[in-house]
Unconditional design. Structure first.
Length: 96
């Protein structure tokens, strides 16, 4: 492993609901496990959105940067709107 790479990455991710038009925004250091928890209905916030699909994620070396990005996407609609536009998503649902 390259010593310049961080041992742990943090991910900001977006999930689309198969049931509603909602987009869920989350952050984790174990994306694979977190997606499993969402899919199995173990996450209260997305339980009513099932099934969910991972539609986007960003990787960060710093936990602080990842959580700042998550907060930014949740707090400022323009940031999420720009990202959705870039991804070709035209839903008008709420971010969670």
């Amino acid at each position: 492993m390259n010593p310049a790479l961080p041992k742990e990455w943090y991910y900001v991710y977006l999930l689309a609901s198969g049931k509603t038009s909602w987009i869920y925004i989350g952050c984790t250091n174990d994306l694979k496990n977190r997606l499993k928890e969402h899919s199995e209905g173990k996450v209260f916030t997305t339980r009513k959105m099932l099934p969910v699909e991972l539609i986007y994620f960003e990787g960060y070396r710093s936990k602080d940067h990842a959580y700042k990005r998550e907060k930014n996407l949740k707090a400022y609609g323009s940031g999420l709107a720009k990202l959705k536009s870039r991804l070709g998503i035209e839903t008008k649902g709420r971010a969670g």
